[in-house]
Design a protein around this ligand. Structure first.
Ligand code: NAI
Length: 462
């Protein structure tokens, strides 16, 4: 038994960042993790392994589509799936080991096991009960399925199974046209799988900017994904290793089916609170099963905090990280703060899709007057050289003050470009501030500047 200032439960991006920051602020800190490796869903079975497969499959796509045009004449690449999986596992392992190193460097004690909270101020791991003045729950989320669907992680899989299939399937149905479905759906399309996405709503990526949704859907179709929108999945039947997905066309009410070798269920995630003993502690949950907190991540139980996917807000690693740092600062007596208005969202397909702040739709709904500055990557010299001219940058700014309210990018390196706008928004910048900032030529970032120019007197290369 040991006694700590802070015990963090969960070593995902929220938990491990919180533990490191708490230790850096001079607090005696431990972090409990049930998995054998650190890093949580993101590093082990989420963001990181999927990025390895996205990169590898993109390289295969480039070789097929663009190498010959650039005068690189090589035979078409043959995919060695076992090797690709080994590469992915190695990337994961480098990252999880990196967190082990950071824990040692920052003197965070690592406790291995599934934690419970038997009483306020106590954390039980295995047979040992440790005490802590502050406990932070950062237990993340798990894939949620639909009624009528049994996940076996072989034929009917969540993202976890989809990242570790024993073969590249000939066909796949993806249930849910959200972030997971489209990232993994595009990986398998590029590796030769016939992918069909079945989405309940009338558009993909609900909540995104409408123009981005339409452009993205067109691009994905061009890449070979079959997309069925407005279709409510009712269930999946598996027989002789083949899956039949039953769905209802929402407009007509017609019942239909589609078959595949593998079905990926990507219909969202739910907070993971099981086994912590929250009920006995009387911790208040929201209707959606999230742990209820105040603006400084305090639950209704004194000394108990919660951050990341287990509380409200977007289920994003970087949102959890920011909350992790901020709650550590709160515990250390500082003023931890997260600006929820400037949390970027990125879909790591090719091209990438990135957004921050308001959409045209949300501004219209709020009755706000705004202007739109848009610039196509067709007018960007760098994008032309890299076959990446399809897509655009759109900046939304207040009609009167020119203050930037949001940005939406679909195109090359969108996930990196968006941060220029995030920083500008964090500083309360006007579109003119971005437009008057010198941007190196030739870079993709020039498209961001051109979109900012388009909010004023006009873009130059449009
Ligand atoms: P999601 O919420 O992004 O998308 C789920 C989709 O499933 C929605 O479009 C929904 O309308 C659809 N759906 C629900 N019920 C359905 C039914 N019966 N039939 C057909 N479609 C149905 O959830 P997703 O993609 O599973 O991701 C889970 C979480 O993980 C999200 O919060 C996401 O932000 C996060 N994530 C983020 C990533 C990133 O930032 N790049 C990558 C992967 C996950």
């Amino acid at each position: 038994m040991a006694s700590y200032d802070v015990i963090v439960i969960g070593a995902g991006p929220g938990g491990y960042v919180c533990a490191i920051r708490a230790a850096q602020l001079g607090l005696k800190t431990a972090c409990v993790e049930g998995r054998a490796t650190l890093g949580g869903t993101c590093l082990n079975i989420g963001c990181i392994p999927s990025k390895a497969l996205l990169h590898a499959s993109h390289m295969a796509h480039e070789a097929h589509e663009n190498f010959a045009t650039m005068g690189l004449n090589i035979p078409a690449p043959v995919v060695d799936w076992a090797k690709m999986q080994a590469y992915k596992d190695d990337v994961v392992s480098q990252n999880t080991k990196g967190i082990e190193f950071l824990f040692k460097k920052n003197k965070v004690d690592r406790l291995t096991g599934w934690a419970t909270i038997p009483a306020p101020g106590e954390v039980k791991v295995g047979d040992e009960v440790h005490t802590a003045r502050h406990i932070v729950i950062a237990t993340g989320s798990e894939a949620s399925s639909l009624p009528g669907i049994t996940i076996d992680e072989k034929t009917v899989v969540t993202s976890t199974g989809a990242l570790a299939l024993d073969r590249i399937p000939a066909s796949m149905v993806v249930i849910g046209g959200g972030v997971i479905g489209l990232e993994l759906g595009s990986v398998y399309t590029r590796l030769g799988t016939a992918v069909t996405v079945v989405e309940y709503l009338d558009t993909l990526i609900p909540g995104a900017d409408g123009e981005v949704q339409r452009t993205f859907q067109r691009m994905l179709k061009k890449q070979g994904l079959e997309i069925i929108t407005g279709a409510a999945v009712q269930g999946v039947d598996v027989a002789q290793g083949k899956a039949t997905v039953r769905y209802q066309v929402r407009k007509s009410g017609a019942d239909k089916t589609t078959e595949a070798e593998v079905v990926l269920v990507a219909t969202g995630r739910r907070p993971y609170t099981q086994g912590l003993g929250l009920e006995a502690l009387g911790v208040r949950l929201t209707q959606r099963g999230q742990i209820e907190t105040d603006a400084q991540w305090r639950t209704n139980v004194p000394g108990l905090y919660a951050i990341g996917d287990v509380v409200q807000g977007p289920m994003l690693a970087h949102k959890a990280e920011d909350e992790g740092m901020a709650v550590a600062e709160v515990i250390a007596g500082q003023h931890g703060h997260v600006n929820y208005g400037v949390i970027p969202g990125v879909i790591y397909t090719h091209p990438e899709v990135a957004s921050v702040g308001e959409t045209e739709e949300s501004l219209k709904a709020a009755g706000r007057a705004f202007k739109v500055g848009k610039f196509s990557f067709m007018g960007n010299a760098r994008a032309k050289a890299t076959f990446a001219g399809d897509g655009f940058v759109k900046i939304l700014a207040d009609k009167d003050t020119d203050r930037i309210l949001g940005a939406h990018i679909i195109g090359p390196a969108a996930g990196d470009l968006i941060h220029e706008v995030c920083v500008a928004m964090e500083f309360g910048a006007a579109a003119e501030d971005l437009a008057r900032t010198c941007h190196a030529h030739p870079t993709y970032s020039e498209a961001v500047r051109e979109a900012a120019l388009a909010c004023g007197d006009g873009a130059i290369h449009a």
